[in-house]
Ligand binder design. Structure first.
Ligand SMILES: Nc1ncnc2c1ncn2[C@@H]1O[C@H](COP(=O)(O)OP(=O)(O)OP(=O)(O)O)[C@@H](O)[C@H]1O
Ligand SMILES: [Mg+2]
Length: 261
C-alpha cells in the first residue's frame, strides 16, 4: 500500500484547468520528483496534498485512509509537511516563531497557556544547527535573511512537524551550490529514516541526482511516472515538453476533438 495515494484530482481556477484527473502515489522511503513546465500544475497538486487548496474532484489517501484536507492543520495531523514555493514565512515574525507557527509549545499555568519561549529558542537553534543553517539570532525577523536562510527555516519547520511525508516545492531554486548540498543531505537523511519526500524541481540534473522516481505533469495531466535509474534526462525533457508525442494535446489536428469524459 502506498504511503500517499491521490486519485482523480481535478482543480480549476475560473477558466483554467490546473489539474485534470491526476493520479499520483508516493511510497515510504522514496524520493519522488515532480517535474513539469511552468503552469503544469505542480504547485496546485501539492497544495491539494497540503490542505491549502480544496480539489474540485478526487480523493487523497494516507496509509489507505481517506483524508479530509480542509486546512494545512489537517495535513499536519495526517503527517504531511509542506515547504511551499513561496515559503510562506511571516516576514515580520522572528525565526523561532516562524518555525513553530501555529504549533507553539505551551505550558498551562492555572489553565492559562504560556508560550515556552526559552524552549522554543533552544529547539529552533537545535533544528537549525542540525541543518547547518547559520543564523546569528533566532529572535531576528526573517524578512532580513537570505534565501538560503529562509529555506533553512522552512525546512526546520517541516522537521519540527516530524511528518511521514515532506513536500518541497522548488527548495533549491534560490540557493547557492553549498546550500543545495545541504538540502540534498537533508532529503537523503529523511529517506534513510523511511520517510517519503516529494520534491518539485526544474533542475533535471538535481532530479536525477536525488530522486528514486519521477512523475511528469503536463498541462494538468500525468504524462509519465519513471524509475530514475531506468530513464534519462532527455526522455524526461521529452515528457515535460510533450515532444515525441504523435498525439500532442496541443496539436492542431486534435484541437476540435471533444474533451475526454
Ligand atoms: N490561485 C490561483 N488562481 C488562479 N489560477 C491559478 C492559481 N494557482 C494556479 N493557477 C493556474 O493554474 C495553473 C497551474 O499552476 P501551478 O502553480 O500549479 O503551476 P506549476 O507547475 O507549479 O508552475 P511553476 O513551475 O511555474 O511553479 C497555471 O495556469 C496557473 O496560472
Ligand atoms: Mg509552482
Amino acid at each position: 500500500m502506498a504511503l500517499l495515494e491521490a486519485t482523480g484530482i481535478a482543480k480549476r481556477f475560473g477558466g483554467v484547468t490546473a489539474l485534470d484527473g491526476v493520479d499520483f502515489a508516493v511510497e515510504r522511503g522514496e524520493v519522488m520528483a515532480l517535474v513539469g513546465d511552468n503552469g503544469a500544475g505542480k504547485s496546485t497538486l501539492i497544495k491539494v496534498l497540503a490542505g491549502a487548496h480544496l480539489p474540485d474532484r478526487g480523493e487523497v489517501r494516507m496509509r489507505g485512509e481517506p483524508l479530509e484536507l480542509r486546512s494545512p492543520q489537517d495535513a499536519w495531523k495526517a503527517g504531511i509537511a509542506t515547504i511551499f514555493q513561496e515559503l510562506a514565512l511571516a516576514g515580520k515574525m522572528n525565526v523561532q516563531d516562524n518555525i513553530f507557527l501555529g504549533r507553539e509549545p505551551c505550558r498551562r499555568v492555572l489553565g492559562i497557556p504560556f508560550l515556552q519561549r526559552r524552549a522554543m529558542r533552544r529547539e529552533a537553534e537545535r533544528l537549525l544547527a542540525s541543518l547547518e543553517v547559520e543564523i546569528r539570532d533566532t529572535r531576528l525577523p526573517v524578512e532580513n535573511l537570505s534565501g538560503g536562510q529562509r529555506q533553512g527555516i522552512a525546512i526546520a519547520r517541516a522537521l519540527h512537524i516530524d511528518a511521514d511525508l515532506i513536500i518541497m516545492d522548488e527548495p533549491t531554486a534560490a540557493l547557492a551550490v553549498a546550500e543545495v548540498r545541504k538540502v540534498f543531505a537533508f532529503v537523503r537523511s529523511l529517506r534513510e529514516q523511511g520517510k517519503a519526500v516529494i520534491l518539485i524541481s526544474h533542475n533535471i540534473q538535481d532530479v536525477f541526482e536525488i530522486s528514486d522516481r519521477i512523475t511528469v505533469l503536463r498541462q494538468g495531466r500525468i504524462e509519465g511516472v519513471c524509475t530514475t535509474t531506468a530513464t534519462d534526462p532527455s526522455a524526461i525533457v521529452g515528457l515535460i515538453t510533450g515532444a515525441g508525442h504523435a498525439s500532442s494535446r496541443r496539436g492542431p489536428e486534435h484541437a476540435s476533438l471533444p474533451a475526454q469524459p
